[in-house]
Design a binder for this molecule. Structure first.
Ligand code: NAD
Length: 357
């Protein structure tokens, strides 16, 4: 029995709707296992700008630092999407949160529930059994290096930079995770061309000596992109740099069928942040139809990674599995075989998961 402080940060659009459901699932787990979860809430994104003029107010950041884990929704508002010149923007809150909390590793589990095999654009026989855990480096690489223009603006540059320390700390997290899974780690780089990749490979090779029980392979990013679609089952844990990870994880999200199903964890050495990979989805905000399963699965990741509550986390995942097996779907994952009465809204889908918990 444990006591934990969880900060709920719903953000904008459907972030509000799905995070409320994720919180109910955490409540049910606390009741079932005798834990005490204390909650507080904080603002981020458009709602924070409206209330305070800032995308991530100091008060929110302070609350994040003091909490044991953050369950986050999404940020975004059409107003800013159509006005690239706006100085204060919702996504600044997201980047500041990642930077200030030192969230250098983004974990994205890619696992397809059998019931949703037909929802993917990839053939079921290739997908069945695929279960990959991505570690994407989140605070370095070409995104954070020097950038600019020269030759009167006709030439542009972005500098990619990695330090040994940055590669080692995410490498270690990936090796540790591989140890708890199938003990296979694939490190993805472009070491035939890039110096940052050569350093990356050197550091991972050295780390491998400390983890002799983990089988390591080094793959170039181009062939990895191909193998992910050709034979996703061959991967267990994948670790890669920020830019390669950005692209490969979106590609891999197709393995799971729908955006509404995928959870992610951003972790560093302090508070971890858990969030669906989808955005604020203003096209469906307020309609009560958003799929809450990604937020529920984010809560499962939170329990496992930040609190070390594996049994609690597994129970949430199996409740989601049960709900899908019973034939219940939100509209984004429904297909021609779904009975109309089994198509549920956000709250009803949450209630269905709670029933199985
Ligand atoms: P989005 O993920 O919000 O939506 C893409 C499509 O998927 C939409 O048609 C949406 O209805 C659908 N969808 C997404 N999540 C769903 C769910 N849970 N259930 C059912 N359907 C779902 O991406 P977008 O439309 O490109 O962006 C909308 C806003 O979100 C923008 O302002 C963008 O900047 C922001 N955004 C934020 C984050 C984040 O906070 N991490 C990530 C991506 C986009």
């Amino acid at each position: 029995m444990a006591t934990k402080n969880i900060l709920i940060v719903p953000g904008d659009g459907i972030g509000q709707e799905v995070t409320a459901v994720g919180k109910k699932v955490l409540d049910a787990i606390a009741a079932k296992f005798g834990h005490t979860f204390n909650y507080d809430e904080a603002l981020i994104g458009h709602v924070a700008i409206e209330a305070t003029g800032e995308a991530l107010p100091a008060e929110s950041l302070e609350k994040m630092r003091k909490s044991d884990a953050v369950l986050f929704g999404a940020v975004g508002h059409p107003k800013y999407d159509n006005d690239p010149s706006a100085k204060v923007r919702p996504e600044q809150g997201l980047l500041k949160m990642r930077k200030e909390l030192g969230l250098y590793a983004n974990l994205r589990p890619i696992k397809l529930f059998d019931e949703l095999l037909s929802a993917s654009s990839i053939k079921p026989e290739i997908l069945k059994g695929a279960d990959i855990l991505f570690f994407r480096e989140l605070t370095g690489d070409i995104y954070f290096g020097e950038k600019g223009r020269k030759n009167d603006g006709d030439t542009a540059f972005d500098v990619a930079e990695y330090s040994r320390y940055e590669v080692e700390r995410i490498g270690r997290k990936a090796f540790e995770a591989a140890r708890t899974r199938k003990k296979k780690l694939c490190s993805v780089d472009k070491a035939n061309v890039l110096e940052t990749s050569r350093l990356w490979r050197e550091v991972i090779q050295k780390l491998a000596l400390e983890y002799p029980d983990v089988e390591v392979e080094h793959q170039f990013v181009d062939s990895t992109a191909m193998m992910l679609i050709k034979n996703p089952r061959r991967f267990d844990v994948v670790v890669t740099a920020n830019l390669f990870g950005d692209i490969l994880t979106d590609e891999a999200s197709q393995i799971a069928g729908s955006m509404g199903m995928l959870a992610s964890a951003s972790i560093g050495d302090g508070t971890g942040v858990y969030e669906p990979i989808h955005g604020s989805a203003h096209d469906i905000t307020g309609k009560g139809i958003a799929n809450p399963l990604a937020s529920i699965l984010s809560a499962a990741l939170l329990l496992d990674i930040s609190f070390g509550m594996k049994a609690e986390s597994d129970l949430v995942i199996s409740a989601v599995d049960q709900v899908l097996k019973e034939g219940f779907r939100t509209v984004d994952i429904a297909d021609a075989n779904t009975k109309p009465e089994n198509i549920l809204g956000t709250e009803a889908m949450g209630q269905a998961v709670l029933k199985f918990l």
